[in-house]
Design a protein around this ligand. Sequence first.
Ligand code: ATP
Length: 237
Amino acid sequence: AAPAPILAATGLSARYGHVQALHPLDIRIGEGELVAVLGPNGAGKSTLLRALMGLVSNAGEVRFRDAPLPRQDVVAVASRGIVLVPEGRGIFGPMSVADNLELGAYRLRDKSEFARRRERVLTLFPRLKERLGQIAGSMSGGEQQMLAIGRALMAGPKVLLLDEPSLGLAPRVTDEILETLGLLNREGLAIVLVEQKAPLALKLAARVYLLSLGRIVAELDPRDITSHDDLAQHYLS
Ligand code: ATP
């Protein structure tokens, strides 16, 4: 049986001025599920994540567990535990790794919970532990991506939204990061993973949505995709 949804959007659409980047679509993420959203450049993948967060002018409803999320109020959405790691990572380059991590938990008042989360992040990403005092912008792309995910984890997410975490990274670093996402998911974290490099995402995903020109064109079981050359083949090359 499919898990109960932790996040469910119905009739979700988004526009930039006159540009309809996302046509009304339905998408659901189950409790503890890792869902991949695949599609070519400009398909609307980033826009979909922004619309879920209320970061772009959008219509439709997004429910988190039993309650609708407030519209166009990203602070309220984030405070429910829906946390976005944007494309380009959004870390603060001039600040240290330690300070970036601390900012991820800026709302947290509980010192022992803060320490527990920090320890967890540094265990997941030992490379960050070696670089706590380093200026974030001087790290490698892979390390910056680890920091971006680490900072998101400091917020104690219930749903983690990741926009192309593999972008520009060497395959080995990508694998390392995706393995960590897989581990977090096995521990029960719900994840939405947006990717262009499909094979990596398929290893981890329970379900896959294919996005094209702002519409969901297919919802697939990843085990089916590798077995035949349907339209998904297009996204795997
Ligand atoms: P990519 O992998 O290249 O980031 P994507 O699938 O994430 O692609 P989006 O970035 O969501 O796609 O873009 C979807 C559409 O919306 C594209 O046609 C894009 O040109 C348009 N778009 C995105 N951001 C804006 C913006 N700020 N203003 C106007 N149009 C935008």
